[in-house]
Design a protein around this ligand. Structure first.
Ligand code: S3P
Length: 437
């Protein structure tokens, strides 16, 4: 197991890019595989999560070539071109792989089994299994279908209208994937809109997707046509560097080519509301997704209340927002974020524990946490990631601004979403080192 030590750093200056968006990369591989003809993807994230998705489609007979220039080429075989995988499909640590594939595999004409690592096997799957069952899916799993491994007997599906109890792009997307194979129209209504990459990419591949606020509908049997896709930098990865630049003195950092899809930019709105100096420039659209450059300057931050509709727009960034709050003046409260409990770890528990280790006063809540800023956090050489990539990177960012620095153990998980994280930090002059435990 690796661990990472980071020392206090004076300032972050320069220009960086971050690896491709994880959510968009998953969808590009999935839709490219069931589209007709060739899809080429530039900037695909080659993190472990996306590689699990890629391997799954190779197991189902799709030819996917990774060229030396970084382009990934998929020979799509159409909606009904997948073949039964000979062995189980391993989604690794990736909830998106498991949940979206559960939807897609429900409507195939074959049998498949999905499993994952020790963390993913603990995460709830009923949230997708239940609605898919309503469409006629046959899915079996541990704990009455709630936990992987999941066995899926492909079946004939029928369209439905589903009122999702949570704003979750994984639930919505699993149902839309199944909807592609269902008779009639499938509609998902969310309490507030979650990230909309599936809808955007389905439309980009030529499907007729009807959208109205937080309601989305798709008719089954539609043909997708292979496309050229460019994946923007992942705003969730950029978030670590936004906070890093804000909490270190005299920093001025430009993050180029980052996704700025409005269903994902909660992080920017929240940091601005905390007093952060962040500006978006060079806005454009690439492959159906908004992209821009983000300029961040060190700022004095203040505590705020974060709740309501903004939560799904910032759900993966709440750990690093908690770090920003630890360096802000006053109290920050995060509410309405019960979903934090079912991420790669229970992030209310894991972040409370790790922030307390560096002397931050944190109170866990049922649906979030309060963080008392204003006191100088101290160093600690025994922080751990809990096996969660975003906890690992959040605590490393905190280390940039604490006197004695921080060591985080169990950091291999960073490779699930951000290979090259340490290299990007050291490229900016940060005193960071990796060691093997
Ligand atoms: C994702 C959706 C979100 C997010 C996850 C990626 C996706 O999960 O936390 O990292 O790609 O659809 P939920 O749908 O559970 O909110």
């Amino acid at each position: 197991m690796k661990s990472i030590t980071i020392k206090k750093t004076q300032s972050l200056k320069g220009e960086i890019t971050v690896p491709g968006d994880k959510s968009i990369s998953h969808r590009a591989i999935m839709l490219g595989s069931i589209a007709e003809g060739d899809t080429t993807i530039k900037g695909l994230l080659k993190g472990e999560d996306n590689m699990a998705t890629l391997k799954a489609f190779r197991q189902m007979g799709i030819r996917i070539d990774e060229h030396e220039n970084g382009i990934v080429a998929i020979q799509g075989k159409g909606l009904h071109g997948l073949k039964e995988p000979e062995d189980f499909i391993d989604a690794g640590n990736s909830g998106t792989t498991m949940r979206l594939l559960t939807g897609l595999l429900s409507g195939q004409k074959f049998f498949s089994v999905l499993t994952g690592d020790q963390y993913l096997r603990k995460r709830p799957m009923k949230r997708v299994v239940e609605p898919l069952n309503l469409m006629g899916a046959k899915i079996f799993g541990r704990e009455d279908g709630n936990k992987a491994p999941l066995a899926i007997v492909g079946s004939k599906l029928k369209g439905m209208t589903y009122n999702s109890p949570v704003a979750s792009a994984q639930i919505k997307s699993a149902i839309l994937m199944a909807g592609l194979y269902a008779d009639g129209v499938t509609t998902v209504i969310e309490p507030t809109i979650s990230r909309d990459h599936t809808e955007r990419m389905l439309a980009y591949f030529g499907a007729d997707v009807k959208r109205n606020g937080a309601t989305v509908s798709i008719k089954g049997g539609q043909k997708l046509v292979g496309k050229k896709i460019e994946v923007p930098g992942d705003i969730s990865s950029a978030a670590f560097f936004m906070v890093a630049a804000l909490i270190t003195k005299d920093s001025e950092l430009l993050i180029k080519n980052a996704g700025i899809n409005p269903t994902r930019t909660g992080i920017i709105d929240i940091l601005q509301a905390m007093g952060g100096d962040l500006k978006i420039a060079n806005q454009r659209e690439i492959s159906g997704e908004p992209v821009g450059d983000i300029l961040i300057k060190s700022s004095r931050l203040k505590g705020i209340e974060i709740k309501g509709d903004i939560i799904p727009r910032a759900i993966d960034e709440l750990p690093v927002i908690a770090v920003a709050a630890a360096f802000a003046d006053g109290i920050t409260t995060i509410k309405d974020a019960k979903e934090l409990k079912v991420k790669e770890t229970d992030r209310i528990e894991s972040m409370t524990s790790e922030l307390r280790k560096i002397g931050v006063k944190v109170t866990p809540l049922q649906d979030g946490m309060t963080i008392e800023g204003g006191k100088k956090p101290i160093g600690n050489d025994s922080c751990t990631s809990w096996g969660d990539h975003r906890v690992a990177m959040s605590m490393i960012v905190a280390g940039l601004a604490v006197e004695k620095g921080i060591t985080v153990s169990n950091t291999d998980c960073i490779d699930t979403s951000f290979p090259g994280f340490v290299k990007t930090l050291s490229g900016l002059g940060c005193a960071v080192s990796e060691s093997q435990e």
